[in-house]
Design a protein around this ligand. Sequence first.
Ligand SMILES: [Fe+2]
Length: 304
Amino acid sequence: MPVEINCDQINESIGLDECYEQLIDSRFDCNDIESFKSVAPLLKRLNNNRTFLAETLINELSTPATAQAKNHYTPQVLLLKAPAKHTNFFIRANIWLAQQDPMLQLAGEKSFYYHVPHDHNFHFLTSGYLGPGYLSDYYEYDYFSVDGYPGEPVDMTFVKRSALSPGKVMLYRAHRDVHNQLPADELSVSLNIMPSMMFAHLRPQYIFNAQCTHIERTVTTSNSSTEPALHLIARCGGQKGQEFLEHVAKNGVIEEDRFRAIKAITAALPDNSSRFEVIRKYGLNANSTMVQKMAQYYVEQLSL
Ligand SMILES: [Fe+2]
């Protein structure tokens, strides 16, 4: 499970700007677990500051035109220090609605990532700021033992259930820690130091089934518009577009995008035999087990 970092002896607090500056000065490496752990005391000091969050939000909302302008997350997430060119991290707060909250019942638990077991494709630090904290069933698995296709069995080890209680500081480890989050008993808030890296999405994040026995699907965190863009290229890209799609299908850095390109090419084809030929060429014969398995599943879906 995520590494718990004991910061109980840290009682002093700092402001958001001070925390941000000290994080920059520390030059910590968000790809390195030990380096990331070394800035946990800074998060704890910020966490000890009982007034900064409300003050920051009041300040933001005083200028509604620019409030949270760089925030591309769902309303659950508040950006406190947005990603910037000169930093390799950003700071955010997460709101965790209680089970009985009418807003949660309206939006549905899954939109708050409750009951959606998942790993992360980056390390990050978290702390419990307000309320009793969301609960998690924690698991661990070996990322390198799976290919990553939907439906693939995963050998998952259950570790324990625990809450992100107030003052607790934890480091989630990329591709290792899995958690199935459960609604908090009362409204809760956590603070995160997140890496802002260009390449995190090159390795997938997985969503697992409710029992954590299989991969349900992969999430490519930063490119949700890739698939429709590929389909548009297939429809109106002409010969150049066709060549581009074939190149992505064969050589794309992200395996999921290779499969997306295959789907885009086949969607524009007129008959099943030409569709199957493309899936065979770029999918079933791919040099990636993940692409092969996704292609196999696609052949079954299309009854080819
Ligand atoms: Fe998570």
